[in-house]
Design a protein around this ligand. Structure first.
Ligand SMILES: [Zn+2]
Length: 231
């Protein structure tokens, strides 16, 4: 399906591997209320497809949200978590929590993630914010000043808001998909986008879908996500 009418395509930067980072924003819109990010982890391409479904089904004139459906095109292209430099972008943000050296990507023992191309060790980059994708995202958030950021992931099946996220909005999202709200994912995520948002008092919601086929994910999650971006 084609992208619906009423969206402007904007290149906000390039990946480490030279691929465009494409933002969709409502044509001619002034204020952007929300920013939806998907595909920051390249081995979670179902998140990109969910974002794409929103762009196909929602006209740009019916929303004040901007959508970045693929924050890590290098990783999606190669079916791996990291960008072309081997960096987990969601451990590369210049948050107070950023740490050199490897970190756990997800709680040890989370068997659902033990797949061939998933590793439980993440490279955070040489320095905080070293990667062009991270820099583009930080610049985007600082220029748009969205009231809320929704970051799509899989497969932990939960919603993890930062303290500044609107609790009513979080509750609506959780109810729509029958997802638990779990502000603490269970292990530290140094250099994560959500940590950086917490540092800057930005309302951000990590939205983790389950490991499932796309039709099932669309049926469960698209109604709540559509309501969110057209509210
Ligand atoms: Zn993820």
């Amino acid at each position: 399906m084609e992208i619906a009418d009423g969206w402007d395509e904007v290149e906000i930067g390039r990946s480490r591997g030279g691929l465009p980072l494409t933002l969709y924003r409502p044509a001619g819109a002034g204020t952007i209320d929300g920013l939806l990010i998907a595909g920051i982890h390249g081995e979670e391409p179902e998140t990109l497809l969910l974002a794409r479904r929103l762009l196909e089904r929602i006209d740009g004139t019916d929303t004040s949200w901007a959508i970045l459906p693929c924050a890590n095109p290098d990783g999606v292209l190669h079916g791996v978590r990291q960008n072309a430099a081997g960096v987990d972008l969601n451990r590369n943000f210049p948050s107070a929590s950023w740490q050199a050296g490897h970190s756990f990507t997800y709680p040890p023992g989370t068997q659902v993630r033990q797949r061939e191309h998933r590793t439980n060790r993440s490279s955070p980059g040489e320095t905080p914010g070293s990667e062009p994708e991270t820099q583009a995202l930080v610049a985007l958030i600082e220029s748009l000043h969205p009231e809320v950021i929704l970051d799509l992931h899989s497969p932990l099946e939960l919603i993890a808001p930062t303290p500044a996220a609107d609790p009513e909005l979080v509750a609506r999202l959780a109810a729509a998909a029958d997802l638990p709200v779990q502000p603490n994912i269970g292990s530290p995520t140094p250099g994560a986008l959500r940590d950086w948002c917490t540092d800057h008092d930005i309302g951000a919601i990590t939205y983790e879908v389950e490991h499932a086929a796309l039709p099932q994910l669309v049926a469960r999650h698209l109604p709540g996500l559509s309501a969110l971006v057209t509210h």
